[in-house]
Design a protein around this ligand. Sequence first.
Ligand code: PMP
Length: 490
Amino acid sequence: MAVTEPVAGGAYGGAHAAHEGILRRQSARESAARTYARALPIVPVRARGLTIEGADGRRYLDCLSGAGTLALGHNHPVVLEAIRRVLDSGAPLSVLDFATPVKDAFITELFRTLPPGLADRARVQFCGPAGTDAVEAALKLVRAASGRTGVLAFTGAYHGLTAGAPAASGGAGDVRVARLPYPQDYRCPFGIGGPRGAELAARFTESLLDDPKSGVPLPAGMILEPVQGEGGVIPAPDDWLRRMRQLTAERSIPLIADEVQTGVGRTGAFWAVDHSGITPDVMVLSKAIGGSLPLAVIVYRDHLDVRQPGAHAGTFRGNQLAMAAGTATLTYVRENGLAARAADLGSRMLSRLRESIGGLPCVGEVRGRGLMIGIELVEPGTDGAASGGVPAGGDHPADPGDLEPIRIPRQAAPQFAAAVQRECLKRGLIVEPGGRHAAVVRLLPPLTLSDEQATAVLDRLTDAVAAVARDHLDHRTHHRRHHGPAQRTG
Ligand code: PMP
């Protein structure tokens, strides 16, 4: 049941053949490492706001938004205008790390948005253009400033994919990472979830830092995402974030907030750390700050600024078009209150999704913050039985009534998430599965999403999830009829 319409007027005559040809050549010539393009055989030729037009003449609602890059959607007029202005001005386009009026304006606007504790004491460093470059820069910064080497990071974290270049360059050594539990409700490692699960996660971190035999020396820094994106759209509770700030501050451990995906209004605050009111020592920013063009920076407290010139370099640190597009985007989000809009619309979308599909046996959890929304798909009927345990310090089985039951989540179902993505595509909606088990269908729509567009997105999405749930049921009934009771179906 495709609801995508061909582009009026057939601007792409013989379009289908061209579309097929491009896709065929892509699979013949591009790396096996390509990702999004595999499950989404789209050839974008034109785009505006939420909508992408493919070379085959179909239109799609794009809720992948360049992996969360497009705060204002595709080709927003203020972004295009800012880019045109630079092009028409005769300004150089690539200037290493020279000062320019375009960069000066970008820094002024960026500093205006920063958490107050950081804004008046901030330094900014322009990095290579990817989020992962800025993460590398942040880790180098805290290692240089602290004189220590190790880093604390969290389960399910995603900070980028660079690894080999610094090691092969003979400069920096390996970064030793100690992994700590990130709080989560549905797959809480302690089987509790909620505020108590987060409290246990915080206590574990605290004891690891204070136990002289924990095997983890005092680290150079702690890096975290205020909402894990690639990890499956998992918002950290504000209390937990404040605990991490307190634990690190008390021990002089710089706290790095990776806001590559959560920044610029996405989660319903301009920066996701604003929800908790904390001030990190370092913020890692990319994606939306370049207004759809490549740009990455770190912003940090001036007391960390102890390095030598050239301590972190990179050829492409001076992308003037990205800075202009970024300034336009930051300004537009701030002036139009798009963070508050994301908070309001996002919470309405979450409620609607919980009502419409939250109760389906193949849906484990619907969660998110602002316009960062995830639906975790699970295997129906794989709930673990609630179980007891022994009370702390005791060796006798306890009265189960004394114990909080351990919650065991259903098994993640990546095949359902992939099926939902396919069903969405048929209905003209682009979504991307992610999460630890690739079982979370993710939505990252532009912050400019209108109520009507949100309704269209949710209609298509709920319809797609319902279709996958129905298929599964039909499959099970069929299986039972022909093979006897099913064991575990998928
Ligand atoms: N940090 C976070 C939180 C991210 O979500 C990403 C990308 N998804 C990165 C870092 C890496 O960014 P890039 O892909 O631009 O290197």
